[in-house]
Design a protein around this ligand. Structure first.
Ligand code: NAD
Ligand code: DAU
Length: 352
């Protein structure tokens, strides 16, 4: 049997596929449209791996997806494919609606059509795991309890609204058609292969190039940070032990202000790659115009995953961040290939 991973050339998807194939002989079909965020270099270590099959295509394409499901006798679909960057959703939300909402709808319909025709045993074992975000719960005040799976959805950005809509579709396909689904709502991920439009890799790149480290507003917004490999383990465990129809919050128990994140990052860089002038990278921190509708705080209560599935993150923020910085320092070529063309246009549009 085989699993289908969508968005497999992106940040979390590629970490998941690499992690999966390092410990399982079960084949993976990676489906990815290869948008600006998809990068085949993330999967290049699998080029000679006969258990890995890459297909360039859209989750929206029902014929393509149905053919893949049948051809490879897929036993689980893991949907990582999405437009994922909040700032881009503020500039241009159309792709977010098309991929995150319409794309998820079409993927659900392809899965349902395939699942309906499976014989009883295969039908019983089939799973659809949808990867979503803590942003669907909206912004918390500093005294609020971290978001639990029972909390109301209050998305505030075009991105989080599109993810919330996709979560509702997944839920409805379970309630209405009994398609065996789960949803995993995770906190901010960081780690290898993250595209440098997101805070941590952007600041690593800018720090090394002597550029400003842009902090939106006063830098006091709080995010919960999860090392990507911990997220991958959680997804594997949910797939194995999760209860059909349930949602699971995946968090790192690592709430930090953005300023703390960037200061910690600078301290690690000061130690691992000191500047020739002896100054700290922290001197490059620059406060810039705030993100419109910037959510103040996200925090995840991941105790359901701990009590039901016995999962907890293995990395603290400090150990995970150190591994991340080391990875970027050791993978300069990967970074150099990414930061050409479209990336420069984005930086110009967002930060000029
Ligand atoms: P990413 O932007 O790095 O990767 C997304 C991938 O999806 C890219 O490879 C892209 O080419 C592909 N893709 C986009 N549209 C597609 C389409 N229509 N058909 C097929 N492939 C398509 O995103 P990421 O950070 O790896 O996030 C993966 C998933 O996890 C997303 O659903 C995101 O909402 C969710 N998530 C991300 C985080 C985070 O911190 N990065 C946290 C919680 C949840
Ligand atoms: O919470 C989960 C979400 O985390 C995921 O669903 C999204 O896909 C993912 O992109 C991430 O969203 P954020 O908006 O939190 O991530 P980002 O790295 O863009 O920003 C993190 C925080 O840092 C946020 O408060 C905005 C701030 N920031 C970001 C950038 C890019 C800055 O201060 N400066 C910046 O240049």
């Amino acid at each position: 049997m085989t699993i289908l991973v969508t968005g497999a050339a992106g940040f979390i998807g590629s970490n998941f596929v690499l992690d999966w194939l390092s410990q399982s002989k079960e084949d993976v079909v990676s489906l990815d449209l290869l948008t600006y965020a998809g990068n085949l270099e993330n999967l290049s270590s699998l080029n000679n791996n006969t258990h890995h099959h890459f297909v360039q295509g859209n989750i929206d394409d029902r014929d393509l997806v149905l053919n893949l499901l049948k051809k490879y006798r897929i036993r689980a679909v893991l949907n990582f494919a999405a437009e994922s960057h909040v700032d881009r959703s503020i500039h241009q939300s159309k792709d977010f609606i098309e991929t995150n909402i319409v794309g998820t709808y079409n993927l659900l319909e392809s899965a349902r059509s395939y699942w309906n025709d499976l014989d009883q045993n295969l039908k019983q074992d089939f799973r659809f795991l949808h990867i979503s975000t803590d942003e669907v719960y909206g912004s918390l005040n500093s005294s609020d309890h971290p978001s639990t799976e029972k909390d109301t959805y209050k998305p505030n950005s075009p991105y989080s609204a599109s993810k919330a809509a996709s979560d509702h579709l997944v839920r409805a396909w379970f309630q209405t058609y009994k398609l065996p689904v789960f949803t995993a709502n995770s906190a901010n991920n960081y780690g290898p292969y993250q595209f440098p439009e997101k805070l941590i890799p952007l600041c690593i790149l800018n720090a090394l190039n002597g550029k400003p480290l842009p902090i939106y507003g006063d830098g006091q917004q709080i995010r919960d940070w999860l090392y990507v490999k911990d997220h991958c383990t959680a997804i594997r465990e949910i797939l194995k032990h999760g209860q059909i129809g349930e949602t699971y919050n995946v968090g790192g128990w690592n709430e930090k202000t953005n300023l703390e994140v960037v200061e910690t990052l600078c301290a690690i860089l000061d130690e691992l790659k000191p500047k020739s002038d002896g100054k700290s990278y922290a001197e490059q921190i620059t406060f810039v115009k705030d993100r419109p509708g910037h959510d103040k705080r996200y925090a995840i209560d991941a105790s359901k995953l701990r009590s039901e599935i016995n999962w907890q993150p293995q990395e603290s923020f400090e150990t995970g961040l150190r591994k991340t910085v080391l990875w970027y320092l050791e993978n300069e070529t990967w970074m150099n290939h990414i930061v050409s063309g479209e990336y420069q246009d984005w930086v110009q549009k967002q930060y000029s």
